[in-house]
Design a protein around this ligand. Structure first.
Ligand code: GLA
Length: 385
Protein backbone atom coordinates (compact mmCIF):
# COMPACT_ATOMS: atom_id res chain seq x y z
CA UNK A 1 0.00 0.00 0.00
CA UNK A 2 2.02 2.90 -1.23
CA UNK A 3 -0.37 5.51 0.22
CA UNK A 4 0.35 4.42 3.77
CA UNK A 5 4.07 4.35 2.97
CA UNK A 6 3.84 7.92 1.64
CA UNK A 7 1.93 8.92 4.73
CA UNK A 8 4.64 7.37 6.92
CA UNK A 9 7.36 9.30 5.08
CA UNK A 10 5.42 12.52 5.32
CA UNK A 11 4.73 12.22 9.05
CA UNK A 12 7.90 10.57 10.33
CA UNK A 13 10.43 11.80 7.76
CA UNK A 14 11.91 8.42 6.83
CA UNK A 15 10.99 5.07 5.25
CA UNK A 16 8.99 2.46 7.17
CA UNK A 17 10.62 -0.94 7.64
CA UNK A 18 7.54 -2.61 6.18
CA UNK A 19 3.77 -2.54 5.74
CA UNK A 20 1.34 -5.01 7.31
CA UNK A 21 -2.39 -5.44 6.74
CA UNK A 22 -5.29 -7.05 8.59
CA UNK A 23 -8.93 -7.41 7.52
CA UNK A 24 -12.32 -6.48 8.91
CA UNK A 25 -14.93 -9.26 9.00
CA UNK A 26 -18.54 -10.16 8.60
CA UNK A 27 -19.93 -12.92 10.72
CA UNK A 28 -22.13 -15.25 8.66
CA UNK A 29 -23.91 -16.59 11.72
CA UNK A 30 -23.34 -17.23 15.44
CA UNK A 31 -24.00 -13.83 17.04
CA UNK A 32 -23.38 -13.11 20.71
CA UNK A 33 -22.22 -16.68 21.11
CA UNK A 34 -18.44 -16.13 21.33
CA UNK A 35 -18.43 -14.95 24.95
CA UNK A 36 -20.69 -17.90 25.77
CA UNK A 37 -17.98 -20.33 24.62
CA UNK A 38 -20.13 -21.06 21.57
CA UNK A 39 -19.61 -21.34 17.80
CA UNK A 40 -19.18 -18.53 15.26
CA UNK A 41 -18.73 -18.52 11.48
CA UNK A 42 -17.05 -15.32 10.24
CA UNK A 43 -15.28 -14.50 6.97
CA UNK A 44 -12.48 -11.96 6.62
CA UNK A 45 -13.18 -9.11 4.20
CA UNK A 46 -11.02 -7.72 1.40
CA UNK A 47 -11.35 -4.39 3.25
CA UNK A 48 -8.21 -3.94 5.33
CA UNK A 49 -6.32 -1.78 7.76
CA UNK A 50 -2.71 -1.05 6.77
CA UNK A 51 0.11 -0.29 9.17
CA UNK A 52 3.45 1.06 7.93
CA UNK A 53 5.89 0.74 10.79
CA UNK A 54 9.45 1.36 11.95
CA UNK A 55 11.13 0.52 15.25
CA UNK A 56 12.24 3.24 17.68
CA UNK A 57 14.86 2.91 20.38
CA UNK A 58 13.27 5.11 23.04
CA UNK A 59 10.24 3.05 24.15
CA UNK A 60 7.74 5.48 22.63
CA UNK A 61 4.78 4.64 20.43
CA UNK A 62 3.82 7.25 17.84
CA UNK A 63 0.71 6.66 15.74
CA UNK A 64 -0.63 8.62 12.81
CA UNK A 65 -3.91 7.77 11.13
CA UNK A 66 -5.51 9.32 8.07
CA UNK A 67 -8.87 9.35 9.82
CA UNK A 68 -8.00 9.73 13.50
CA UNK A 69 -5.06 12.11 13.85
CA UNK A 70 -1.96 11.47 15.94
CA UNK A 71 -1.17 9.80 19.24
CA UNK A 72 2.11 9.64 21.17
CA UNK A 73 2.61 7.62 24.33
CA UNK A 74 5.48 6.01 26.26
CA UNK A 75 4.97 2.23 26.31
CA UNK A 76 5.12 2.16 30.12
CA UNK A 77 2.26 4.68 30.31
CA UNK A 78 -0.22 2.42 28.46
CA UNK A 79 -2.93 1.39 30.93
CA UNK A 80 -6.69 0.67 31.02
CA UNK A 81 -8.33 3.59 29.19
CA UNK A 82 -4.96 5.19 28.30
CA UNK A 83 -4.49 6.49 25.67
CA UNK A 84 -8.10 7.39 24.93
CA UNK A 85 -9.79 7.20 21.55
CA UNK A 86 -8.75 4.93 18.67
CA UNK A 87 -5.09 4.84 19.76
CA UNK A 88 -5.92 2.50 22.64
CA UNK A 89 -6.55 -0.42 20.25
CA UNK A 90 -3.08 -0.11 18.78
CA UNK A 91 -1.31 0.73 22.04
CA UNK A 92 -3.21 -2.08 23.79
CA UNK A 93 -1.65 -4.65 21.47
CA UNK A 94 1.89 -3.58 22.42
CA UNK A 95 0.86 -3.61 26.08
CA UNK A 96 -0.57 -7.15 25.78
CA UNK A 97 2.54 -8.43 23.99
CA UNK A 98 4.77 -6.97 26.72
CA UNK A 99 2.52 -8.35 29.47
CA UNK A 100 2.96 -11.78 27.88
CA UNK A 101 6.72 -11.37 28.21
CA UNK A 102 7.59 -10.47 24.61
CA UNK A 103 10.42 -8.03 24.10
CA UNK A 104 8.60 -5.28 22.24
CA UNK A 105 10.01 -1.76 21.97
CA UNK A 106 8.78 1.55 20.61
CA UNK A 107 7.33 2.01 17.14
CA UNK A 108 6.33 4.69 14.68
CA UNK A 109 3.20 3.54 12.85
CA UNK A 110 1.17 5.15 10.08
CA UNK A 111 -2.34 3.73 9.72
CA UNK A 112 -4.68 3.76 6.75
CA UNK A 113 -7.83 1.71 6.38
CA UNK A 114 -10.50 0.68 3.91
CA UNK A 115 -12.61 -0.94 6.65
CA UNK A 116 -15.58 1.35 7.28
CA UNK A 117 -15.43 2.65 10.86
CA UNK A 118 -18.46 2.20 13.12
CA UNK A 119 -20.19 -0.12 10.64
CA UNK A 120 -19.97 -3.27 12.73
CA UNK A 121 -17.29 -4.72 10.44
CA UNK A 122 -14.57 -4.87 13.11
CA UNK A 123 -12.41 -1.92 12.20
CA UNK A 124 -10.97 -2.15 15.72
CA UNK A 125 -9.91 -5.80 15.32
CA UNK A 126 -8.40 -4.91 11.92
CA UNK A 127 -6.36 -2.15 13.58
CA UNK A 128 -5.25 -4.49 16.36
CA UNK A 129 -4.37 -7.21 13.83
CA UNK A 130 -2.30 -4.90 11.63
CA UNK A 131 -0.33 -3.53 14.60
CA UNK A 132 0.10 -7.03 16.05
CA UNK A 133 1.39 -8.33 12.72
CA UNK A 134 3.87 -5.45 12.43
CA UNK A 135 5.14 -5.87 16.00
CA UNK A 136 5.45 -9.63 15.63
CA UNK A 137 7.62 -9.33 12.52
CA UNK A 138 9.67 -6.31 13.56
CA UNK A 139 10.56 -7.75 16.97
CA UNK A 140 11.12 -11.26 15.61
CA UNK A 141 8.31 -12.89 17.62
CA UNK A 142 7.23 -15.24 14.80
CA UNK A 143 3.56 -15.00 15.78
CA UNK A 144 2.28 -14.96 12.18
CA UNK A 145 3.96 -18.29 11.42
CA UNK A 146 0.98 -20.63 11.54
CA UNK A 147 -2.55 -21.01 12.88
CA UNK A 148 -1.33 -21.93 16.34
CA UNK A 149 0.85 -18.81 16.78
CA UNK A 150 -1.92 -16.70 15.22
CA UNK A 151 -4.26 -18.08 17.86
CA UNK A 152 -1.89 -16.72 20.51
CA UNK A 153 -1.73 -13.37 18.75
CA UNK A 154 -5.53 -13.20 18.43
CA UNK A 155 -5.89 -13.83 22.18
CA UNK A 156 -3.46 -10.97 22.91
CA UNK A 157 -5.42 -8.64 20.61
CA UNK A 158 -8.59 -9.57 22.47
CA UNK A 159 -6.85 -8.83 25.76
CA UNK A 160 -5.85 -5.42 24.39
CA UNK A 161 -9.48 -4.71 23.57
CA UNK A 162 -10.82 -6.03 26.90
CA UNK A 163 -8.25 -4.44 29.20
CA UNK A 164 -6.89 -1.31 27.52
CA UNK A 165 -9.85 -0.36 25.30
CA UNK A 166 -12.16 -1.61 28.07
CA UNK A 167 -14.65 -3.24 25.71
CA UNK A 168 -15.92 -6.57 27.11
CA UNK A 169 -16.02 -8.27 23.68
CA UNK A 170 -15.52 -11.96 22.90
CA UNK A 171 -12.72 -13.19 20.64
CA UNK A 172 -14.47 -13.64 17.30
CA UNK A 173 -13.30 -10.49 15.54
CA UNK A 174 -9.61 -10.92 16.34
CA UNK A 175 -9.72 -14.61 15.37
CA UNK A 176 -11.34 -13.70 12.04
CA UNK A 177 -8.77 -11.01 11.33
CA UNK A 178 -5.80 -13.28 12.06
CA UNK A 179 -6.97 -16.82 11.27
CA UNK A 180 -9.22 -16.63 8.18
CA UNK A 181 -8.03 -17.92 4.83
CA UNK A 182 -9.13 -16.85 1.35
CA UNK A 183 -12.27 -18.56 0.06
CA UNK A 184 -13.27 -19.83 3.51
CA UNK A 185 -15.30 -18.98 6.56
CA UNK A 186 -13.87 -20.14 9.84
CA UNK A 187 -15.96 -22.28 12.13
CA UNK A 188 -14.47 -21.17 15.44
CA UNK A 189 -15.22 -23.12 18.57
CA UNK A 190 -14.80 -20.49 21.27
CA UNK A 191 -14.60 -23.12 24.01
CA UNK A 192 -11.23 -24.44 22.86
CA UNK A 193 -10.16 -22.03 20.08
CA UNK A 194 -10.34 -24.78 17.46
CA UNK A 195 -10.89 -23.57 13.88
CA UNK A 196 -12.19 -25.50 10.86
CA UNK A 197 -11.86 -23.84 7.46
CA UNK A 198 -15.25 -24.06 5.73
CA UNK A 199 -15.25 -23.38 1.96
CA UNK A 200 -17.56 -20.44 1.26
CA UNK A 201 -18.22 -20.01 -2.42
CA UNK A 202 -21.38 -18.42 -3.75
CA UNK A 203 -20.66 -17.71 -7.40
CA UNK A 204 -21.37 -21.24 -8.64
CA UNK A 205 -24.77 -20.96 -6.94
CA UNK A 206 -25.48 -17.64 -8.71
CA UNK A 207 -25.50 -15.87 -5.35
CA UNK A 208 -23.78 -12.92 -3.69
CA UNK A 209 -23.38 -11.92 -0.06
CA UNK A 210 -24.58 -8.34 0.08
CA UNK A 211 -23.42 -6.23 3.01
CA UNK A 212 -25.83 -3.43 3.90
CA UNK A 213 -24.19 -0.74 5.99
CA UNK A 214 -27.13 0.86 7.78
CA UNK A 215 -25.01 3.90 8.77
CA UNK A 216 -26.80 3.74 12.11
CA UNK A 217 -24.80 3.86 15.31
CA UNK A 218 -26.77 3.89 18.49
CA UNK A 219 -25.59 5.71 21.58
CA UNK A 220 -25.01 3.54 24.64
CA UNK A 221 -24.58 0.36 22.63
CA UNK A 222 -21.37 -0.42 24.56
CA UNK A 223 -23.31 -0.55 27.82
CA UNK A 224 -25.96 -2.73 26.16
CA UNK A 225 -23.31 -5.21 25.02
CA UNK A 226 -21.96 -5.51 28.56
CA UNK A 227 -25.50 -5.96 29.90
CA UNK A 228 -26.22 -8.81 27.47
CA UNK A 229 -22.98 -10.49 28.44
CA UNK A 230 -23.72 -10.14 32.14
CA UNK A 231 -27.23 -11.59 31.64
CA UNK A 232 -25.73 -14.64 29.89
CA UNK A 233 -23.33 -15.13 32.79
CA UNK A 234 -26.17 -14.82 35.28
CA UNK A 235 -28.23 -17.36 33.34
CA UNK A 236 -25.32 -19.82 33.23
CA UNK A 237 -24.90 -19.46 37.00
CA UNK A 238 -28.62 -20.08 37.58
CA UNK A 239 -28.47 -23.17 35.40
CA UNK A 240 -25.36 -24.40 37.19
CA UNK A 241 -23.15 -24.49 34.08
CA UNK A 242 -19.83 -22.77 33.30
CA UNK A 243 -21.19 -21.14 30.15
CA UNK A 244 -24.33 -21.35 28.02
CA UNK A 245 -22.40 -23.59 25.62
CA UNK A 246 -22.89 -26.29 28.22
CA UNK A 247 -26.64 -26.25 27.60
CA UNK A 248 -27.15 -28.70 24.71
CA UNK A 249 -29.83 -27.74 22.19
CA UNK A 250 -31.63 -30.97 23.08
CA UNK A 251 -31.93 -29.71 26.70
CA UNK A 252 -33.09 -26.21 25.81
CA UNK A 253 -36.71 -26.78 26.88
CA UNK A 254 -35.67 -28.01 30.35
CA UNK A 255 -33.27 -25.08 30.77
CA UNK A 256 -35.97 -22.59 29.78
CA UNK A 257 -38.37 -24.19 32.21
CA UNK A 258 -35.95 -23.35 35.03
CA UNK A 259 -35.86 -19.72 33.91
CA UNK A 260 -39.59 -19.15 33.55
CA UNK A 261 -39.54 -16.72 36.49
CA UNK A 262 -37.12 -14.38 34.68
CA UNK A 263 -38.24 -13.18 31.24
CA UNK A 264 -34.94 -11.52 30.43
CA UNK A 265 -32.78 -14.57 31.13
CA UNK A 266 -35.33 -16.84 29.44
CA UNK A 267 -35.12 -14.89 26.20
CA UNK A 268 -31.31 -14.53 26.25
CA UNK A 269 -30.80 -18.26 26.75
CA UNK A 270 -33.34 -19.06 24.06
CA UNK A 271 -31.26 -17.02 21.62
CA UNK A 272 -27.78 -18.21 22.56
CA UNK A 273 -28.54 -21.93 22.66
CA UNK A 274 -30.59 -21.91 19.44
CA UNK A 275 -28.01 -19.69 17.69
CA UNK A 276 -25.20 -22.16 18.43
CA UNK A 277 -27.34 -24.87 16.85
CA UNK A 278 -27.98 -22.62 13.82
CA UNK A 279 -24.22 -22.35 13.29
CA UNK A 280 -23.97 -26.15 13.14
CA UNK A 281 -26.97 -26.29 10.77
CA UNK A 282 -25.47 -23.59 8.55
CA UNK A 283 -22.18 -25.45 8.19
CA UNK A 284 -24.08 -28.60 7.32
CA UNK A 285 -26.21 -26.75 4.74
CA UNK A 286 -23.12 -25.09 3.21
CA UNK A 287 -21.37 -28.42 2.94
CA UNK A 288 -24.45 -29.95 1.29
CA UNK A 289 -24.74 -27.00 -1.12
CA UNK A 290 -28.19 -26.15 0.27
CA UNK A 291 -27.99 -22.40 0.03
CA UNK A 292 -31.74 -21.83 0.33
CA UNK A 293 -31.49 -23.43 3.77
CA UNK A 294 -28.57 -21.14 4.67
CA UNK A 295 -30.81 -18.19 3.79
CA UNK A 296 -33.57 -19.43 6.07
CA UNK A 297 -31.08 -19.90 8.91
CA UNK A 298 -29.84 -16.31 8.43
CA UNK A 299 -33.39 -15.03 8.78
CA UNK A 300 -34.13 -17.16 11.86
CA UNK A 301 -30.94 -15.83 13.42
CA UNK A 302 -32.10 -12.28 12.80
CA UNK A 303 -35.52 -12.89 14.35
CA UNK A 304 -33.87 -14.43 17.39
CA UNK A 305 -31.49 -11.48 17.76
CA UNK A 306 -34.38 -9.06 17.30
CA UNK A 307 -36.96 -10.70 19.54
CA UNK A 308 -35.01 -12.70 22.13
CA UNK A 309 -31.59 -11.09 22.40
CA UNK A 310 -33.01 -7.62 21.73
CA UNK A 311 -29.96 -6.18 19.96
CA UNK A 312 -31.48 -5.12 16.64
CA UNK A 313 -32.83 -1.67 15.73
CA UNK A 314 -35.26 -0.21 13.18
CA UNK A 315 -32.56 0.36 10.56
CA UNK A 316 -31.40 -3.28 10.74
CA UNK A 317 -34.96 -4.63 10.72
CA UNK A 318 -35.97 -2.51 7.73
CA UNK A 319 -32.81 -3.62 5.85
CA UNK A 320 -33.55 -7.28 6.55
CA UNK A 321 -37.28 -7.05 5.73
CA UNK A 322 -36.82 -5.14 2.51
CA UNK A 323 -33.95 -7.37 1.34
CA UNK A 324 -36.12 -10.45 1.81
CA UNK A 325 -39.10 -8.69 0.21
CA UNK A 326 -36.98 -8.01 -2.89
CA UNK A 327 -35.85 -11.62 -3.28
CA UNK A 328 -32.99 -12.31 -0.84
CA UNK A 329 -32.92 -15.95 0.32
CA UNK A 330 -32.35 -14.66 3.83
CA UNK A 331 -30.85 -11.76 5.74
CA UNK A 332 -29.66 -10.87 9.22
CA UNK A 333 -27.82 -8.29 11.25
CA UNK A 334 -24.13 -9.10 11.66
CA UNK A 335 -21.84 -8.15 14.56
CA UNK A 336 -22.84 -6.70 17.90
CA UNK A 337 -26.06 -4.97 16.70
CA UNK A 338 -27.75 -1.66 17.66
CA UNK A 339 -26.80 -0.40 14.20
CA UNK A 340 -23.87 -1.39 12.01
CA UNK A 341 -24.38 -3.76 9.12
CA UNK A 342 -26.74 -6.45 7.87
CA UNK A 343 -25.93 -9.21 5.39
CA UNK A 344 -28.23 -10.69 2.78
CA UNK A 345 -27.84 -13.82 0.67
CA UNK A 346 -29.07 -12.69 -2.72
CA UNK A 347 -29.37 -14.18 -6.22
CA UNK A 348 -26.84 -12.19 -8.21
CA UNK A 349 -29.48 -11.08 -10.76
CA UNK A 350 -31.55 -9.53 -7.97
CA UNK A 351 -28.71 -7.76 -6.15
CA UNK A 352 -29.52 -4.31 -7.56
CA UNK A 353 -33.23 -4.80 -6.90
CA UNK A 354 -32.41 -5.56 -3.27
CA UNK A 355 -30.20 -2.47 -3.02
CA UNK A 356 -32.96 -0.35 -4.52
CA UNK A 357 -35.62 -1.81 -2.24
CA UNK A 358 -33.53 -1.14 0.87
CA UNK A 359 -32.60 2.37 -0.28
CA UNK A 360 -36.24 3.22 -1.01
CA UNK A 361 -37.43 1.84 2.30
CA UNK A 362 -34.78 3.93 4.08
CA UNK A 363 -35.87 7.02 2.20
CA UNK A 364 -39.49 6.45 3.14
CA UNK A 365 -38.53 6.08 6.81
CA UNK A 366 -36.26 9.14 6.74
CA UNK A 367 -33.14 7.07 7.59
CA UNK A 368 -29.64 8.02 6.42
CA UNK A 369 -28.85 6.56 2.99
CA UNK A 370 -27.34 3.07 3.41
CA UNK A 371 -24.23 1.79 1.63
CA UNK A 372 -23.72 -1.60 -0.02
CA UNK A 373 -20.91 -3.90 -1.07
CA UNK A 374 -20.58 -7.54 -2.03
CA UNK A 375 -18.42 -9.49 0.38
CA UNK A 376 -16.01 -12.22 -0.65
CA UNK A 377 -13.96 -14.26 1.83
CA UNK A 378 -10.39 -13.00 2.01
CA UNK A 379 -7.29 -14.07 3.95
CA UNK A 380 -6.07 -12.94 7.36
CA UNK A 381 -3.37 -10.52 8.49
CA UNK A 382 -0.02 -10.53 6.67
CA UNK A 383 2.96 -8.49 5.61
CA UNK A 384 2.33 -6.69 2.33
CA UNK A 385 5.52 -4.73 1.69
C1 GLA B 1 -18.98 -7.74 18.58
C2 GLA B 1 -17.90 -8.35 19.46
C3 GLA B 1 -17.72 -9.85 19.19
C4 GLA B 1 -19.07 -10.58 19.22
C5 GLA B 1 -20.11 -9.83 18.39
C6 GLA B 1 -21.47 -10.44 18.52
O1 GLA B 1 -18.57 -7.79 17.24
O2 GLA B 1 -16.67 -7.71 19.23
O3 GLA B 1 -16.81 -10.41 20.12
O4 GLA B 1 -19.50 -10.77 20.53
O5 GLA B 1 -20.19 -8.46 18.74
O6 GLA B 1 -21.50 -11.70 17.99
Amino acid sequence: MSTVTDQFRRVFGEDPEGVWEAPGRVNLIGEHTDYNNGLVLPIALPQRTYAAARRRVDGTLRLSSTSGGEVEIALHDIAPGVPDGWGRYAAGVLWALREAGHLVGGLDIAIDSTVPIGSGLSSSAALEGAVAAAASDLFGLGLLADDSTRTTLAALCQKAENVIAQAPTGGMDQAASLRCTEGHAILLDCRNGHVSQIPFELRSHGLVLLVIDTKAQHANSDGQYGRRRAACERAAAELGVTSLRDVPYSHLAQALHKLEHDHELFARVQHVVSEIQRVRDTVEALEAGELAEVGLLFTSSHLSLRDDFDVSCDELDVAVDSAIGAGALGARMTGGGFGGSAIALVPERLAYDVERAVTNAYQRRGFTKPAFFRATPAGGARRTE
